[in-house]
Design a protein around this ligand. Structure first.
Ligand SMILES: Cc1cc2nc3c(=O)[nH]c(=O)nc-3n(C[C@H](O)[C@H](O)[C@H](O)COP(=O)(O)OP(=O)(O)OC[C@H]3O[C@@H](n4cnc5c(N)ncnc54)[C@H](O)[C@@H]3O)c2cc1C
Length: 493
């Protein structure tokens, strides 16, 4: 599949009219296929690809934990190793340096005598600040490309600041009047700019300064890199034919194939949303077209929606009151937060999801909605703490999707309704037999199905019979769910 693009139809390397010397600054775009700055630079002269391991991405946040944890650190280093191999095969070089882009890029520009800097522009505050700092530190022209969304911003049927707030309106607008561009093939070859030392790619342990554990309990062994992204896509669409039923399986909790699991590769830019879209259309032509194939495109529109919303609302997506500017008072007790973050709330469905996140860096969409709703609504906690915890732990952390979805579930996003999840109903619906809970909470493995989502309801003698002593081996619930729903409902009135 990859080759179809690498040696893509209609792609010709024309002899450049004049040679440009480009540096391509990578961030969340660790790929060769459908990479506009790379294609442009490769067609117009010599180039060097640079990735800066920015200490800001590993700093402590105001919430007391680091921004990038072990799961994403590992995925990042794997992605860089794979990208370096691919770039070298094309004749080029991926330079890896540790430090701030504003300090490193000027040095490399001088060393390589580069005359332009190219990169994919980002849309949120810290990322834009890094771009502006780089711009101020160099004296050659820089050029921002657009490359993270499925619908290019120039192809939207709305202005960037008049994008509809309601998802359905956004979706209908882009489906009717927008278009998804064809992905660009990878360059056939690269003429490299020379640099004395390409730099070594650190281990994940070096990045976070502590051991990086591996778990074999997760739904999938996620390995970073463009090659892995394409083999996952091939597996999900073509070899396993899982796309055929995606709409009906996507709410699952256990197993590799209930949903695509594309998100970590998308978040690191190992594959583009446009490439996935093109492959869905190929599947529709060559294999089968149905509501599930449409649904994959539908979900990718959600991803675009949160990105465009971040442009429209700027820093408001990071504020407690969200884009609705709500005036809220929420609790911020660190001990209460720790119980949620560590998966020790005494509500098994919440705890199982949080333990999966902490151990693997992944959690299903269903799980994310429930734990977010529980923290922000049942616990009445400042939702930004949860978003920051996800930022640390998620292997697929994407600033727009994460903060946008959190705000949405904390009811300060686009949806004006006072929506919340009934955790017990959700648990009984999506984990009827308690298999998911038992998988992640082995202390509850012998609890009978009728008590699995409320083990504290077991009588003392049942507890003795089935294993866990509630309050000792597994916690009592930290709150009364019913009372918390009464409060939520009354606040919504
Ligand atoms: C509180 C919360 C935080 C989240 N944080 C992130 C995050 O940091 N990064 C991230 O990629 N997704 C995030 N999501 C969205 C969603 O949960 C994941 O994209 C999805 O679970 C990834 O699994 P998948 O690739 O198998 O999804 P699939 O169901 O196979 O969907 C295919 C792709 O569509 C996109 N998509 C699906 N649902 C959403 C959605 N609700 N919002 C945005 N894009 C979506 C993703 O790119 C996904 O890979 C979050 C959701 C919630 C409720």
């Amino acid at each position: 599949m990859e080759n179809r693009y690498r040696f893509g139809v209609g792609h010709q390397i024309t002899k450049p009219k004049f040679l440009m010397k480009s540096i391509i600054w990578l961030r969340n775009d660790l790929r060769t296929i459908d990479h506009a700055p790379l294609s442009y630079a490769a067609e117009n002269g010599e180039l060097l690809i640079v990735y800066c391991i920015d200490p800001d991405h590993f700093r402590q946040t105001e919430y007391g934990f680091i921004k990038t944890g072990s799961h994403r650190a590992r995925f990042l280093t794997e992605s860089l190793i794979n990208l370096r191999e691919k770039v070298r095969k094309l004749g080029g070089e991926l330079v890896v340096r540790r430090g701030r882009p504003k300090d490193l890029l000027p040095e490399l520009i001088t060393e390589a005598s580069a005359d332009q800097l190219l990169f994919h522009g980002e849309v949120t505050a810290e990322e834009i600040r890094a771009e502006n700092e780089v711009e101020a530190s160099i004296s050659i022209p820089l050029r921002r490309f657009w490359g993270h969304s499925m619908y290019h911003r120039d192809d939207l049927p709305f202005g960037l600041f008049t994008v509809p707030d309601v998802f359905t309106q956004f979706r209908k607008g882009v489906e009717k009047k927008g278009r998804v561009r064809d992905p660009l093939p990878a360059p056939e070859s690269i003429i490299p700019l020379s640099v004395s030392d390409p730099g070594s790619i650190p281990t994940p342990e070096e990045l976070i300064g502590e051991p990086v554990p591996k778990s074999d309990l997760g739904v999938l062994t996620f390995r970073g890199g463009e090659s892995e992204a394409w083999s996952r896509l091939n597996h999900y669409f073509f070899e396993g034919d899982h796309l055929r039923n995606y709409k009906y399986t996507r709410n699952g909790l256990l197993g590799a194939d209930y949903s695509s699991k594309f998100s970590p590769w998308l978040a690191h830019g190992c594959i583009s949303a446009r490439s996935i879209h093109a492959e869905v259309e190929r599947y529709e032509k060559e294999v089968h077209e149905n509501v599930s194939t449409y649904w994959m495109k539908f979900e990718l529109i959600w991803r675009d929606y949160f990105r465009y919303s971040a442009i429209k609302y700027g820093d408001r997506i990071f504020k407690l009151g969200g884009i609705q500017n709500k005036n809220l008072k929420k609790q911020t007790d660190p001990e209460q937060f720790r119980l949620w973050a560590e998966g020790r709330t005494g509500i098994p469905f919440v705890d199982a999801n949080m333990r999966e996140l902490n151990e693997t860096g992944f959690m299903s969409n269903r799980g994310r909605q429930n734990v977010a709703s529980f923290l922000a609504q049942n616990m009445n906690f400042d939702w930004r703490w949860g978003a920051a915890w996800f930022e640390k732990q998620l292997i697929d952390y994407d600033v727009c999707s994460n903060w946008g979805n959190w705000a949405y579930n904390a009811t300060v996003g686009h949806d004006p309704r006072n929506r919340y999840f009934n955790i017990l109903n959700q648990a009984n619906k999506y984990d009827k037999k308690g298999e998911f809970v038992r998988h992640w909470l082995p202390e509850l493995k012998d609890v009978p199905k009728e008590y699995i989502h409320e083990p504290h309801r077991m009588a003392e003698e049942q507890q003795g019979l089935f294993g866990p002593e509630i309050g000792k081996d597994y916690p009592m619930p930290i709150l009364d769910l019913e009372k918390s729903y009464e409060r939520i409902r009354s606040e919504g009135d």
